[in-house]
Design a protein. Structure first.
Length: 183
């Protein structure tokens, strides 16, 4: 029903930016990425100085593993809106997946400087620290992230691995048990 309404809005007024953004978001949730990109591209043509369409298009590129395109869009977001912490957080997550840990930390730290309670950035930074072998820093970040959301099984799993790497077998076991309870 929402899609029918948005299709009608776009058909009647193709230059309506918000309808393009809304329909793009709906297509993304439906995993119709090509259609989402079409709407975000149209929105960018309509209003090239608004960050929302670039951010949303970057999210589609991120989800479809087109990382270079995602980073380009997130960089455009930060040019248009320097205070947008999620663009830095997403860029950091991409760099982490690519094993580019210095770039990942740089972007995650920028995101956290803007929004110290940004749980995904805290958790992703913890993962980067763990991958770099800095398990003490990783545990600190996992602790912070779990304070913000104590119901994330994957964070307990990640913290357990860092505890195990440091020889903290009992804490690792407790975290694995808690993760299991949350699943």
């Amino acid at each position: 029903e929402a899609l029918t309404h948005l299709n009608k809005s776009v058909q009647l007024k193709p230059e309506y930016y918000k309808a393009r953004i809304s329909r793009g978001k709906l297509f993304r949730r439906m995993k119709k990425y090509s259609e989402a990109l079409t709407d975000y591209n149209a929105a960018i043509q309509l209003e090239p100085n608004r960050d929302e369409a670039y951010n949303n298009r970057g999210n589609v590129y991120f989800e479809t593993q087109q990382y270079d395109k995602a980073i380009t869009d997130y960089q455009k977001v930060t040019q248009l809106n320097p205070g947008e912490s999620k663009a830095y957080g997403n860029t950091g997550a991409i760099y982490a997946q690519q094993g580019k840990f210095p770039q990942a930390l740089e972007n995650l730290n920028k995101a956290l400087a803007m929004n110290p309670s940004y749980q995904d950035a805290i958790a992703n930074r913890g993962i980067v620290y763990a991958q770099m072998g800095n398990h003490q820093a990783a545990i600190q970040d996992f602790n912070r992230a779990l304070q913000l959301n104590p119901n994330k099984a994957n964070l307990y799993d990640s913290r357990a691995k860092s505890h195990q790497a440091l020889g903290n077998t009992q804490q690792a076991q407790q975290d694995r048990q808690r993760a299991g309870q949350l699943r």
